[in-house]
Design a binder for this molecule. Structure first.
Ligand SMILES: Cc1cc2nc3c(=O)[nH]c(=O)nc-3n(C[C@H](O)[C@H](O)[C@H](O)COP(=O)(O)O)c2cc1C
Length: 191
């Protein structure tokens, strides 16, 4: 990954975008408290915004998409099936970089999901298969079970329309906006 922290600030749009994609690369961390957390926003039932924390699992610049893993029984999946528009916001404090991605999500439960499931460590599997389904009211705090269910595992693939990047690095704050329909050439914006 590019060492954005020590590199001089790029005042060139293409390099600024390269730094942004480097910042989106999922970091492998042994300690879950250090995992890179992003906020995924969807269109909730009734049209109100709905947001929650997620972990970024993959980023592919050539297709301009990012992946999140989820339990297909979570309410967000029903929201996405109803309206696939979504936004993902990420603050990389170490790089002083904010990334705001927007696009549409496809829910993948096919071959790629099967491959990703096979690669998950054992301790992660019970995250996909809570009964009753996530978000259900329960009688006591512990009135649920966690059993791995492969059929409940899904990849949420966010394919980007655009990306807004803000850098708070010295010496000045900088911001740029990139769009797929502009072939990701980008334009500087007032921060
Ligand atoms: C630090 C952190 C990371 C999380 N990562 C994920 C994730 O990668 N995927 C996911 O579906 N839920 C993740 N969750 C749980 C969600 O924030 C949320 O509580 C759950 O998915 C139900 O969301 P929904 O009711 O909006 O569908 C995470 C929660 C926390 C606190």
């Amino acid at each position: 990954m590019t060492d954005c922290m020590n590199a001089p600030h790029p005042y060139e749009l293409a390099q600024f975008l390269t730094n942004a994609w480097s910042a989106l690369a999922p970091q492998i961390v042994g300690d879950k408290r250090k995992a890179q957390v992003a906020t995924l926003s969807t269109v909730g039932q009734g049209g109100a915004p709905a947001a929650r924390s997620v972990i970024l699992r993959a980023a592919d610049r050539s297709r301009a998409c990012v992946d999140i893993f989820t339990d297909a029984a979570t309410p967000k999946c029903a929201e996405i099936a109803n309206d696939p528009r979504a936004a993902l916001t990420l603050w990389r404090a170490d790089l002083q970089l904010q990334l705001r991605l927007s696009g549409t999500i496809e829910i993948d439960e096919g071959a790629e999901a099967k491959a990703a499931w096979s690669a998950l460590p054992d301790h992660a599997l019970p995250n996909y298969g809570v009964t009753p389904p996530p978000g259900s009211n329960i009688a006591t705090a512990a009135s649920y079970t966690r059993t791995p269910v492969e059929a409940r595992f899904a990849i949420l693939r966010l394919t980007l329309f655009d990306m807004d990047v803000v850098s708070l690095s010295d010496p000045i704050h900088t911001r740029a906006f990139y769009e797929r329909r502009d072939a990701w050439r980008g334009v500087w914006r007032a921060p």
